[in-house]
Design a protein. Structure first.
Length: 302
């Protein structure tokens, strides 16, 4: 929310989910990733938001929005509302998180008209279903489930209208790293075997075997934040191989410094003028320790 308030990008909906931060975040954090040796995981930032958005919009364009999105571990994400504003909603948009997180999000939606109204506007058919741990409308569903149990996850998603025959995009931002390698492998294998045409986007740590990565891990551990899957974050190759080993046909991975270099340079100049950054070396180190990976399964040759 702080990055949005400074003007890094526009998100008129985050204010309804997140209180204004009392502390000022360092510019290299706002520009780059969501973790540094001195910060626990917080919200998404400029390069992450734009990098992930670019891939999501590419998928929506290729499928002409005749698809579905499953946002895994979505938390307080606002993507559904932002896509609606841009007239880019898929046929259906699903979010999954722990029931406790889902309950909090649904409470905010129910109590804030700027959040509930767009859901009603996009809804058609039978009455909208909502209880403390799930919400189901014709275009948007929130499901309370544990991603470590894929059979339970599939059952709940299907109950909310998941269509396994539709092209499907799965998004996981700083989610798989909190699962054991076996648990994340089960989830990735389930997705690859369930949808004939699919893409997965994974944003998380990389290059965690060096000294900088070790300091990040130690700082997180001091905050009782255990990265159970960090061994798969040793390199871009390990990230890519994890996807290929679990049923995905093609996979790519790039670090966030590379993502930053790909962003529209006019906008990069604009955001670099927002805050003075004197620790360019720290910024580059941070960016080299996060990555975006994506993989596809494409029986329809999209």
């Amino acid at each position: 929310r702080f990055a949005v308030s400074v003007g890094y990008w526009k998100d008129p909906y985050i204010q309804y989910f997140v209180r204004q931060a009392k502390e000022r975040k360092a510019p290299e954090i706002n520009r780059g990733n969501n973790n540094s040796p001195g910060f626990v995981c917080v919200a998404g930032y400029y390069a992450r938001v734009h990098g992930v958005s670019h891939l999501i919009k590419a998928f929506l364009e290729k499928t002409e929005c005749n698809c579905q999105i499953v946002n895994l571990g979505a938390g307080m994400d606002t993507l559904f509302w932002r896509l609606k504003d841009e007239n880019l909603l898929p046929r259906k948009y699903f979010e999954v998180d722990f029931p406790m997180i889902v309950a909090r999000k649904i409470h905010n939606i129910k109590s804030k008209p700027p959040l509930s109204k767009p859901i009603m506007e996009s809804h058609s058919g039978d009455s909208l279903l909502i209880d403390s741990h799930s919400l189901d409308s014709s275009r948007y569903s929130i499901v309370g489930a544990d991603l470590r149990c894929s059979s339970d996850l599939e059952e709940k998603l299907k109950k909310h209208g998941l269509d396994v025959h539709l092209p499907t995009l799965l998004v996981a931002e700083c989610v798989l790293v909190y699962m054991t390698p076996q648990q994340s492998a089960n989830l990735l294998r389930w997705a690859a075997s369930t949808f004939p045409v699919a893409m997965v986007i994974n944003y998380e740590q990389v290059n965690m075997g060096d000294r900088f990565g070790q300091i990040m891990i130690e700082n997180l551990q001091r905050r009782q934040c255990n990265l159970a899957g960090v061994e798969l974050c040793s390199s871009l190759d390990s990230q890519r191989e994890r996807l290929l080993a679990n049923g995905w046909e093609a996979a790519r991975a790039i670090d966030m410094m590379k993502v930053y270099s790909f962003l529209p340079q006019a906008d990069v100049k604009r955001i670099e003028a927002l805050e003075f950054l004197d620790e360019k070396e720290l910024f580059e180190q941070l960016m080299q320790h996060y990555c975006i990976c994506w993989a596809s399964k494409d029986s329809s040759n999209l």
